[in-house]
Design a protein around this ligand. Sequence first.
Ligand code: GDP
Length: 360
Amino acid sequence: MKVALIGVGQAGGKVTERLTRFDANMGFDAVQGALAVNSAEPDLHSLEFVDTQLIGADRVNGHGVGGDNELGAEIMQSDIQQVLGQLDGRITSHSEAIFVIAGLGGGTGSGGAPVLVHNLKQVYDVPVYAIGVLPGRNEGALYQANAGRSLKTLLREADSTLLIDNDAWHEQGESVESAFESINDKIARRIGLLFASGEATEGVGESVVDSSEVINTLRSGGVSVLGYASELAAEDSGENIQVAMSVARQALLTGASMPNATSADAALLVIAGQPDRIPRKGVERARRWVEDETDSMQVRGGDFPIDSDRLGALVLLGGAERSDRLDEFMQRAREASKKEQRSVEENVEQFTDDRIENLF
Ligand code: GDP
């Protein structure tokens, strides 16, 4: 699927650069344009592979907004014309979706991403999705509170919000900070593969993934989750039926960007590998397993041919709000909001409630 990427803030910029680089190195050509937007000038200077746009220079003089996500939202709104101007030519008639990427716990990305999504939706006809990085549990209260408000607003504004929990994709024992590089690498590979899987058109058997299948999987909005796992495959596809099942299971149960999200409105299962190693029966069985596991009647499936001795499974869930991990995060965000002395009310439902304030 042809996409345009916009990273907001430090994490957003770094992840956008990684993804763009991965897509180019692999020759996938799915990323058509990429821009990093930030109020902190040094963060933009550290990026080499994407174009950049400084915002809020009149307010913060290139020094960033600290952890003030309301200020992040304000400066994005004030400078929105410059940002949209930079996107001319990067978002083209070939673009099938726009992804706005940000760490939700900080200031510029946390506040700026929802404002940018809101404005993009008014200008462009293609879906505007968010990719939001949630703070790990050991990050401080301000991060949790910021992320809660940012997520609530993104869920209102974006066509779907793909969540990556910073606790999910790093190795045991690593601190979150030292793990950023490896988390970013995983995000780039997995999301990069998802974009690319909607691009394959030649040299494959009966079952190719089309961009519209990604878009349809995300159609119900809300939270989306991406899972991935791979294993060595036998040369003969007939011997890989169990492998297909096993990678699909691991992708969802242990390899998901937001753990414990096992119910969804829709899902997409992509099996990646050498075409003659992909077992038709195994793929169908795995697809039915995802259907049962997620309680979804809409599980699409397809192959993605890559030259590898492994078989990989990529599972995309759309409308996956019912997750213990997400509940746990929202609980942390609410408690942190109280600590931050923001007004909160009790006993109303998550996301539609007033316990967490929208940003705007
Ligand atoms: P901003 O520049 O004000 O938008 O703030 P940041 O992008 O630094 O956002 C801070 C949040 O993003 C925190 O929750 C961090 O854990 C997370 N974060 C910062 N840098 C990275 C990174 O490189 N990778 C990942 N995965 N998360 C990051």
